[in-house]
Design a protein around this ligand. Structure first.
Ligand SMILES: Cc1cc2nc3c(=O)[nH]c(=O)nc-3n(C[C@H](O)[C@H](O)[C@H](O)COP(=O)(O)OP(=O)(O)OC[C@H]3O[C@@H](n4cnc5c(N)ncnc54)[C@H](O)[C@@H]3O)c2cc1C
Ligand SMILES: NC(=O)c1ccc[n+]([C@@H]2O[C@H](COP(=O)([O-])OP(=O)(O)OC[C@H]3O[C@@H](n4cnc5c(N)ncnc54)[C@H](OP(=O)(O)O)[C@@H]3O)[C@@H](O)[C@H]2O)c1
Length: 490
C-alpha cells in the first residue's frame, strides 16, 4: 500500500481501537460502523474491540444480578452487533499489561477508552476495614462469577446491614436474603449456589441516609424485592418523613411517585405486631440513617476490634432542599456483616490523565484531556469511565453517540498509525504470548455454558428447573474453552 493512500478508504481504513467491551464500547463500535460517513461510502473504518476479560459485555456479565433475565433483549442486541463480523473482538487483553498506549498509537489512528468501573467507592467511617465489612461491588463480582475474585465468600452472618439506597444496594440485599434454591433457575455459578445455600442469614437491613422520596433505586427493582419467596419486607413508620421538597419531588417525578406509593402501601399492609410475620427471612428497609461507625467484637489480638459486631447510624432529618442533616441521635444495630453499596468508582488507566476525585478520565464530551485541559489527539472516552458510575445500560448509547460524533469531526486531524495493517496487532499479541480470545471463542464458551445449563436442567429430572447457562468462572478455563473451541473448528 502506498504511503499516499488516503486514510479512511477501503485500501486504508481508519483504524480504531475500542478498549472495553461493556455496553459503552460495543455501542461506540456499532455507532461508528453505522455513521452517515460510513453508510454513504465516504469513510471506511476498521475496528478492534479489546477487553481484559475473556468474555464480552462488561458489567452485563459481571454486574447485572443473575435473577434479572429481562436484560436478555439488550444482550441479544449486543450479540448481533459483534456477530456481524465487521468488528474484531480480542478478549483476555489488558490495556496497561498486554498493550501500552504506544502500542495502540502504533496500530490505530484513534483509541476509545470504555473501561467502565468495577470497584467500590470508599466509605470513610471508623471500622469500615473490619473483618465482616465488605464492598457491595466485591460481593457482586463474587456472585456473578468474576474470574479475578476469590471463589469463597464468607456468608456466616445472621444479621446484615447494607448501606445505600441505589439499585446495587437492592441487588445486594435481594441476593443476600433470597433463598438459594430460588436462584437455581439463574446462571449463578455452582460455588455461588453452594455459598448462598449455606447462609444462616435471617435479617438483612438496608439503610438510606435520606428519606423515601430521595431514594436512588427504581420502581421495578423495588417491587422485585417483594417477589422473593419466604422473605418478609419490614418498614418503619418513623422513617416516613416527607417535607415540602419531598412533595415537590413526588409530584414532579413519576418514578418517585410510584416508589413512594409502593413503600407506603407496604407499610400500610404490614401487621402492627411484627411477630405475626411468618417468613424465615426478613428484609428491613430503613430511611434517614447515616452511617457513623462499624464496630467490632473485640476478639482481635491484644484487644483489637476483631470482626464486625454492629453498626451505628446517626438519625437524619430532611433539610428542605432534598438533602438530610444529622439530628445527633445515634442508633445501634447488632449485625455480623456490613455491605456498603454507596456507588462504584472507576480505575485509572496507565498513561492517561485521571480525575481521582470523580473516578473518571477527564474529557470534554468524550475527547480525553491532558493535565493542561487540552484534548489529547486521537484519544476518546465513553460510558462510565467518561461520565462516572451512574446510569443504566441504555444511557451508554447516548454517551457513545456523543463521543463518536466528536471522533468523526476530528478525523482529518488524527495522529495516524504507523502500522495500521489489521494483521500487525495480531502478530504483536502473538509475539508477546498473549492468550487472547476471539468472537468465535466467545461463541464456543457461550455454547459450552449453555450446554452446562441444559445438562443441569436434564439432571434436575422432573423438577422443571430450566437453567439457561451455568457460568464458567476460572479465567484459565474460560480462555481454554474459548481457544479450544476455535481450534476445534479450524
Ligand atoms: C451491580 C450492577 C448491576 C447493574 N444492573 C443493571 C441492570 O440490571 N440494568 C441496567 O440497565 N443497568 C444495570 N447496571 C448499569 C450498567 O451495568 C452500566 O450502565 C453499564 O455496564 C456501563 O457500561 P460501560 O461499558 O461504561 O462499563 P462496563 O460495563 O463496566 O464495561 C467496561 C469494560 O471495560 C473492560 N476494561 C476495564 N479496564 C480494562 C483494561 N485496562 N483493559 C481492557 N479492558 C478493560 C472491563 O473488563 C469491562 O468489560 C448495573 C450496574 C451495576 C454496578
Ligand atoms: N436493575 C438495575 O437496573 C440496576 C441495578 C444496579 C445498578 N443499576 C444502576 O447502576 C448505577 C449505579 O448504582 P449504585 O447503586 O451503585 O449507585 P447510586 O444509584 O448512585 O446509589 C448510591 C447510593 O449510595 C448512597 N450513598 C452514597 N454515599 C453515601 C454515604 N457516604 N453514606 C451513605 N449512603 C451513601 C447514595 O445516597 P444519596 O442519594 O443520599 O447520595 C445512594 O442511595 C445506577 O444508575 C443504577 O440505577 C441499575
Amino acid at each position: 500500500m502506498s504511503t499516499n493512500t488516503p486514510v479512511g478508504t477501503a485500501a486504508r481504513p481508519l483504524r480504531i481501537a475500542v478498549v472495553g467491551s461493556g455496553p459503552a464500547g460495543v455501542y461506540a463500535a456499532d455507532i461508528l460502523t453505522k455513521s452517515e460517513a460510513v453508510k454513504s461510502g465516504e469513510l471506511t473504518v476498521s475496528i478492534d474491540l479489546f477487553d481484559r476479560y475473556p468474555a464480552p459485555y462488561g458489567l452485563i456479565r459481571y454486574g447485572v444480578a443473575p435473577d434479572h433475565p429481562r436484560i436478555k433483549g439488550i444482550v441479544n442486541a449486543l450479540h448481533k452487533v459483534l456477530d456481524r463480523g465487521d468488528i474484531r473482538f480480542f478478549g483476555n487483553v489488558d490495556y496497561g499489561t498486554d498493550l501500552s498506549l504506544e502500542d495502540l498509537r502504533t496500530h490505530y489512528d484513534a483509541v476509545i477508552f470504555a473501561t467502565g468501573a468495577i470497584k467500590d467507592a470508599d466509605l470513610n467511617i471508623p471500622g469500615i476495614e473490619l473483618e465482616g465489612s465488605y464492598g457491595g461491588a466485591d460481593f457482586v463480582s463474587w456472585y456473578d462469577g468474576h474470574p479475578d475474585v476469590s471463589r469463597e465468600w464468607p456468608l456466616d452472618a445472621k444479621e446484615i446491614a447494607v448501606i445505600g439506597n441505589g439499585n446495587v444496594a437492592l441487588d445486594v440485599a435481594r441476593m443476600l436474603s433470597k433463598h438459594a434454591d430460588d436462584l437455581l433457575v439463574s446462571e449463578i455459578p455452582d460455588n455461588v449456589y453452594a455459598g448462598l445455600k449455606s447462609s444462616p442469614v435471617t435479617d438483612v437491613h438496608v439503610f438510606g441516609r435520606r428519606g423515601p422520596a430521595q431514594v436512588k433505586f427504581t420502581p421495578l427493582e423495588l417491587r422485585e424485592l417483594s417477589h422473593s419467596k419466604d422473605v418478609d419486607i419490614i418498614l418503619y413508620a418513623e422513617d416516613f418523613e416527607f417535607d415540602a421538597e419531598s412533595d415537590r419531588q413526588i409530584q414532579s417525578n413519576n418514578q418517585t411517585k410510584t416508589m413512594v406509593g409502593t413503600l407506603t402501601n407496604w407499610i400500610a399492609e404490614q401487621p402492627e405486631d411484627l411477630s405475626e410475620l411468618t417468613a424465615s427471612r426478613r428484609l428491613h428497609l430503613h430511611f434517614l440513617h447515616s452511617p457513623v461507625e462499624v464496630y467490632g467484637d473485640n476478639t482481635g489480638e491484644a484487644g483489637a476490634p476483631g470482626r464486625v459486631a454492629g453498626i451505628k447510624f446517626e438519625r437524619t432529618e430532611l433539610d428542605g432542599t432534598g438533602r438530610a442533616r444529622g439530628t445527633g441521635e445515634v442508633v445501634d444495630y447488632p449485625v455480623q456483616a456490613v455491605y456498603r453499596a454507596i456507588g462504584y468508582f472507576g480505575s485509572s488507566l496507565p498513561e492517561v490523565e485521571f480525575d481521582h476525585s470523580k473516578g473518571v478520565v477527564p474529557n470534554d464530551g468524550g475527547r480525553v484531556l491532558d493535565s493542561s485541559g487540552a484534548h489529547v489527539p486521537g484519544i476518546y472516552a465513553t460510558g462510565w469511565i467518561k461520565r462516572g458510575p451512574v446510569g443504566l445500560i441504555g444511557h451508554t448509547k447516548g454517551d457513545a453517540l456523543e463521543t463518536v460524533t466528536y471522533l468523526l469531526e476530528d478525523r482529518a486531524n488524527l495522529p495516524l498509525a504507523a502500522a495500521p495493517a489489521p494483521g500487525a496487532v495480531v502478530e504483536l499479541l502473538e509475539n508477546r504470548g498473549v492468550q487472547y480470545t476471539s468472537w468465535e471463542g466467545w461463541l464456543a464458551l457461550d455454547a459450552h455454558e449453555r450446554s452446562l445449563g441444559e445438562k443441569f436442567s436434564a439432571d434436575a429430572g422432573t423438577d422443571g428447573l430450566v437453567r439457561e447457562r451455568v457460568k464458567v468462572v476460572p479465567r484459565e478455563d474460560m480462555v481454554q474453552i474459548s481457544r479450544d473451541g476455535v481450534a476445534a473448528e479450524v
